[in-house]
Write a protein that binds this ligand. Structure first.
Ligand SMILES: [Zn+2]
Ligand SMILES: [Zn+2]
Length: 171
């Protein structure tokens, strides 16, 4: 499922901004007017491909901005399908929480959670592999139940990598 229509942020209710990732030909939804969270629907995960690493459009939207705080404990409703999202905590990284929709495979990351990942890894290149493992577990895992192996590998290697480097490059 792809969300071509406007969707509301599951964390703060603001209309999310579609940010077109030119190299991938897809949109990601970023809460640029509210909390800074990012929503990836399942097709967006599947669409990231290996040959292009350009997530500058995401970086541009988040760089140097201050975002409204949100209640991260609140149960969120998937903006793509209306399902109740489930909070999953990273086993690798301790306390980074991702909202997962088990119905459609959508994922939502709070801006503060992105910052936690940054803080953990920004000055420690040797932990890149661990960060990749984290992103694999958090982002790639449920896709194995939803999609085929091919999609899972893409999500593991490519979206995780892209997201990770986009986070690392934020100023
Ligand atoms: Zn928001
Ligand atoms: Zn959903």
């Amino acid at each position: 499922m792809d969300t071509l229509e406007e969707i509301k942020c599951p964390a703060c209710g603001k209309i999310m901004e579609k940010v077109f990732i030119k190299s991938e030909g897809i949109n990601v939804d970023i809460c640029t007017d509210g909390c800074g969270g990012i929503f990836f629907d399942n097709r967006e995960f599947d669409s990231f491909n290996e040959d292009n690493e350009d997530v500058s459009a995401i970086e541009e939207k988040l760089k140097g901005k201050t975002f409204a705080p949100v209640d991260e404990e609140q149960v969120r409703i998937c903006p793509a399908c209306g399902g109740k999202m489930v909070k999953n905590t990273s086993k690798v990284n301790g306390d980074v929480v991702v909202d997962d929709c088990y119905i459609c495979g959508g994922k939502f990351l709070d801006y503060s959670e992105l910052n936690k990942i940054r803080a953990e890894y920004v000055n420690d290149n040797s932990r890149t592999d661990s960060a990749m493992e984290y992103l694999y577990k958090e982002i790639g895992q449920e896709l194995t139940q939803i999609d085929m192996e091919r999609a899972r590998r893409k999500a593991d290697r490519n979206l995780g990598q892209k997201l990770f480097y986009s986070i690392m490059n934020l100023k």
